[in-house]
Ligand binder design. Structure first.
Ligand SMILES: *Cc1c(COP(=O)(O)O)cnc(C)c1O
Length: 340
């Protein structure tokens, strides 16, 4: 490593830091160019870009980890590539082949290697791939040109000194429509979640929980993370619905719950008036890995799971197993780790 950067590794949060290089590739006349790394962190696009007016924008979130032996791990990058392809198809955007996507991720990680938090600090290099419709447009139709980019920032562990449960509020708002864009990682889903999130914060909850948009009886998403619960008889249950964003963390936990912890696992409806069946519950996603759910407020009722102050034992085991794999301390299932 030629360059070194001095950052307060132990106290990194989750905020924008300008790193040295980002990857840019443009789609024009029906094809992608070769893609390059640049130092300029400003994007110059037409005022007519569909991304600005009509939300033709998709993104991904993933991490690179410094391992004990000094290597660099990517966690299931093929899954991010494939999900981005599905998101792009939903918004009539061109797709990036998986091999090109992974190669671009590796280029960005290598070029910014000095920013990867050292092993043992529980930090990681967060990567943000995104694609936007650009070019001179104004009518409501797919853009004539696209930009695919990946930038990265060093981030800290969400929980310093151990997992701490927080409380959530069942929102009256819907995050996504029944047959809308809920399963695609598109910018618009997030814009719409800002108000429900801020109303939950004002009432001292961590975030809003969204029910299914058709019947409003079943849990779908916890803020911008997926929900899982551990029943009193040790079953890992996570909801299934076409309007949930399929979390790679969630499917990884489901696999580990079954194969490593020996739990029964199930994707099935989680009715908001049947929370008593759960001994533990959590929210999962790349950013925080797992956020234990202390309690859930639904109308006048407050339901506590394991504890409002302590993480449950199975949630903790799942967290240790998954983060152990990501940092190269625990053997990974076939194909989960890609070395940079
Ligand atoms: C990205 C995202 C998640 C988490 O997915 P991971 O692949 O685990 O990071 C969950 N819900 C929403 C709405 C998301 O956008």
């Amino acid at each position: 490593m030629s360059k070194t950067v001095e950052l307060d590794w132990e106290n990194l949060g989750f905020s924008y830091i300008k790193t040295d290089y980002r990857y840019l590739s443009y789609w024009k006349n029906g094809k992608w160019d070769d893609g390059t790394l640049t130092e300029d962190n400003k994007v110059h696009i037409s005022e007519g870009s569909t991304a600005l007016h009509y939300g033709q924008t998709v993104f991904e979130g993933m991490k690179a980890y410094r391992t004990k032996d000094g290597g660099i791990n990517l966690f299931r990058p093929d899954q991010n590539a494939e999900r981005m392809q599905r998101s792009c198809s939903r918004l009539l955007m061109p797709t990036i082949p998986t091999s090109v996507f992974i190669d671009a991720v590796k280029q960005v990680v290598k070029a910014n290697e000095a920013y990867i938090p050292p092993y043992g600090t529980d930090g990681s290099l967060y990567l943000r791939p995104y694609m936007i419709g650009i070019g001179d447009n104004i009518g409501v139709k797919p853009a004539s040109e696209y930009l695919f980019s990946i930038f990265c920032i060093p981030v800290g562990s969400y929980f310093k000194g151990g997992l701490i449960p927080t409380n959530f509020l069942i929102s009256d708002y819907d995050r996504a429509a029944g047959n809308g864009t809920g399963a695609a990682k598109v910018g618009g889903n997030y814009g719409g979640s800002l108000l429900p999130g801020s109303e939950a914060h004002k009432r001292n909850f961590s975030d809003a929980i969204y029910l299914d948009p058709i019947t409003h009886t079943k849990i779908e998403e916890v803020g911008s993370a997926n929900f899982f619960g551990i029943t009193k008889d040790h079953k890992f249950i996570t909801p299934y619905s076409p309007s949930i964003l399929p979390s790679i963390t969630k499917y990884s936990l489901l696999y580990l719950a079954k194969e490593r912890l020996g739990l029964e696992v199930e994707e099935s409806d989680v009715y908001v008036d049947e929370l008593d069946q759960f001994a533990e519950a959590g929210a999962c996603g790349t950013a925080a890995v797992i956020s234990p759910i202390g309690g859930i407020q639904y109308k006048e009722d407050f339901h506590v799971f394991y504890s409002e102050t302590e993480v449950g034992p199975i949630t903790q085991k799942l967290y240790n197993e998954l983060t152990g794999i990501q940092y190269g301390e625990v053997p990974a299932p076939e194909g989960w780790i890609v070395k940079v």
